[in-house]
Design a protein around this ligand. Structure first.
Ligand SMILES: COc1cc(COC(=O)c2cn[nH]c2)cc(-c2cccnc2)c1
Length: 238
């Protein structure tokens, strides 16, 4: 997968693209992520990327020309990217969307900022995406959240075991099961016996029961949703 990011603050991505699973996926060549400074696509001396809104009102708006110039330059050759715009009132990002996006060969993420982007930029956009009902100073963190959730789903990016665990639960939106590691007792708190039993079938059913219970307690709508879609087995429903 290739991802092109358009932003006025490219430096925000430096650590994200170097560290951890994402950093390894890029350095190993499994995925390609290029961050582009929208300012590099301006033509005036002051490299202006924003301007005051027509009709008045507070703040500034990202100008269309630099973004269109970047889009034209980056789409001259190769596959046309699926274009996302990160903004507070977009479609809510979730695991389902992460799975869908992970299947695209090429993404472009335009990071909104200020009061927003000129509406004409949306003619380039396939999906306006929000990571939540709150307003941030820029769309760069949402872009990193989206890339993290999407890139970890690319085959080979995660170690096998981890990706296997993710498939069985998170892709149905169920909350994860409790995790423990050594020591078996810590400050009077013991690891549940079943996890020390080495009985894999019992451990698996305990984990599934814990995951369903936690989801029912905290996010009952996810259970209802899975029931409606017939995605819960008979024993899971008991
Ligand atoms: C594209 O335009 C934007 C983008 C952002 C940054 O993104 C988010 O906040 C976000 C993205 N997912 N969840 C939150 C902020 C505004 C904005 C609007 C009004 C007042 N102040 C700022 C506009």
């Amino acid at each position: 997968m290739r991802i092109d990011v358009l932003t006025v603050l490219p430096g925000l991505f430096d650590c994200f693209l170097k560290e951890g699973v994402i950093g390894k996926a890029i350095s190993s060549g499994k995925v390609e992520v290029k961050v582009h400074n929208i300012r590099d696509f301006t033509t005036d001396k002051h490299r202006v990327v924003d301007d005051v809104p027509y009709g008045g009102g507070p703040g500034m708006v990202l100008k269309p020309e630099p973004i269109f110039r970047a889009y034209d330059e980056l789409t001259k050759e190769g596959e046309k990217p699926y274009v996302l715009l990160t903004e507070p009132w977009g479609e809510k990002f979730n695991q389902e969307m992460a799975v869908e996006l992970s299947k695209k060969p090429r993404l472009m993420i335009i990071c909104g900022r200020y009061e927003g982007v000129d509406e004409r930029v949306k003619s380039l956009v396939d999906r306006e995406v929000s990571i939540g009902d709150y307003v941030l100073t820029g769309g760069e963190l949402p872009a990193m959240v989206i890339m993290d959730a999407v890139l970890r789903l690319i085959p080979g990016v995660l170690g096998n075991l981890e990706s296997l665990r993710a498939d069985s639960f998170s892709d149905r939106g169920l909350l994860g099961y409790p995790n423990y590691t050594r020591p078996a007792e810590f400050r009077g708190m013991k690891v549940p016996e079943v996890l020390l039993s080495g009985h894999h079938k019992k451990i698996e059913s305990w984990r599934k029961e814990q995951s369903l219970r936690k989801t029912l307690e905290r996010r009952p709508e996810i259970i209802e949703n899975l029931k409606r879609k017939g995605l819960l087995t008979k024993e899971e429903l008991e």
